[in-house]
Design a protein around this ligand. Structure first.
Ligand SMILES: [Zn+2]
Length: 412
């Protein structure tokens, strides 16, 4: 079977989808269930139907475009990603996996391929946390990683509940029907831009993901004692910001000392109260995002951070509390998916690199119910989530070719 990827049509479609945006070009802003997002979804559905795929949507707004195989009862081979975009983002994050997945299916159709297992393109709803504060809502619910009760408690920045927002957008089904069984997919592959610089630096066109890192995030609250910046002498102080400073550096040390490059820890928010030039900080709120490809190692680093926090707290008489926001398990990619991807690369003499996905994706959650893999293509300077995000047409086409062949192998 010789596959021809219609690079031109695919690039035109990526450009066309980018016009559904609430930001001025080249920036793309497409927040889930906004009018713009709903128009973009309708456009995607029309493209899928034009390719002869049967489209359904679930109660959270995941879109499934189904190419029925010769054994319709057998589990499907899935591919897909997301099209929602954070404010002021680019054209490629997620989109390459959705429109590239569609082009992979069309290329297989044009080549006369007949799948045994059905092939299904998925467009996951609300991958970005922009609106509801939590990422990958569609894939979390689909995989049962997030309970319906927890989802129903979510609301957006305007205080509108998830239920009200989705129903207002026309998705009024029962969220309990979103979860798919572990037999639904035989395998799942997501094509995505790398969102990092490694492929470009190494001049390697494709990355086959072996593991997907996952974050745990915490609020850290430090409470000391305030006072006049002139009146309180140094030995009498319980400065919450000084304690926070020490803790931040201990967190950095703990991540560095984990023994693995995959451990990363970030304090991204630091709020100081009362925040006045002549007032000793009495209270500090920090966020901690700690990620790893190994859950046990991440937990060990977290324990050492908490031990250090106790020492700092005792020494400085400042209370330090950790509140867990969420903790996802990292995932290993499935051997059979990695093999299918590598086989296709070898057939075309395409170099590939085995990689870790350091950002998390819908695939992390799909992996809870299906053997899952990811294929990365380079993006310029590793830039993502910004208007100058760019992936070269040839790189996208190569990714789509390998995706299509892998799906053919998995569904034959
Ligand atoms: Zn993405």
């Amino acid at each position: 079977m010789k596959l021809e990827i219609d690079q031109r049509q695919l690039v035109d479609e990526i450009e066309a989808l980018a016009t559904f945006s609430d930001a001025e070009a080249p920036a793309v802003t497409r927040v889930v269930f906004s009018d713009t997002d709903l128009k973009a979804r309708a456009w995607i559905i029309s493209r899928c139907e034009k390719a002869g795929l049967a489209v359904r949507q679930d109660a959270i707004g995941n879109i499934f475009a189904h190419w029925t195989g010769s054994d319709p009862e057998a589990p499907a081979v899935g591919t897909g990603s997301h099209i929602d975009a954070i404010p002021n983002a680019g054209k490629y994050d997620g989109v390459v996996g959705v429109l590239g997945g569609l082009e992979a299916i069309r290329a297989l159709q044009r080549a006369g391929f007949r799948p045994t297992n059905s092939i299904e393109l998925v467009m996951f709803a609300t991958e970005e946390p922009t609106r509801f504060g939590i990422g990958c809502l569609g894939s979390r619910l689909l995989s049962g990683t997030l309970s319906v009760d927890a989802a129903e408690k979510l609301s957006d920045g305007e205080g509108e509940t998830l239920d009200a927002v989705r129903k207002g957008a026309g998705f009024d089904g029962n969220l309990r029907d979103v979860k798919l069984s572990a037999e639904y997919y035989k395998a799942f592959v997501e094509l995505h831009i790398e969102q990092g610089p490694l492929l470009e630096r190494a001049r390697i066109p494709l990355g086959i993901v072996s593991r997907i890192a996952a974050p745990a995030s915490f609020w850290i609250s430090l409470e000391g004692a305030g006072g006049h910046a002139g009146g309180v002498l140094m030995p009498d102080r319980k400065d919450a910001l000084c304690a926070a400073s020490e803790l931040i550096l201990e967190i950095e040390n703990a991540a560095r000392a984990s023994g693995a490059m995959d451990t990363v820890a970030t304090i991204g928010v630091c709020q100081v109260f009362p925040g006045a030039v002549n007032s000793i900080p009495s209270r500090v709120q920090l966020t901690l995002d700690i990620r790893d490809t190994d859950r046990m190692r991440r937990d060990r680093v977290m324990q050492s951070i908490e031990r250090k926090a106790q020492e700092i707290s005792a020494k400085r008489q400042v209370s330090i509390q950790f509140e867990l926001v969420n903790a996802d398990d990292p995932a290993d990619c499935a051997a059979q998916v990695q093999t299918a991807l590598a086989d296709s690369c070898r057939r075309h003499n395409l170099k590939f690199m085995e990689m870790v996905s350091r950002a998390y994706h819908d695939s992390l959650f799909v992996s809870r119910i299906a053997p899952t893999g990811m294929l990365f293509i380079p993006c310029r300077n590793g830039y993502s989530h910004r208007p100058d995000e760019f992936a070269a047409p040839e790189d996208i086409a190569r990714g789509v070719l390998v995706l299509a062949e892998s799906m053919a192998q998995l569904s034959a």
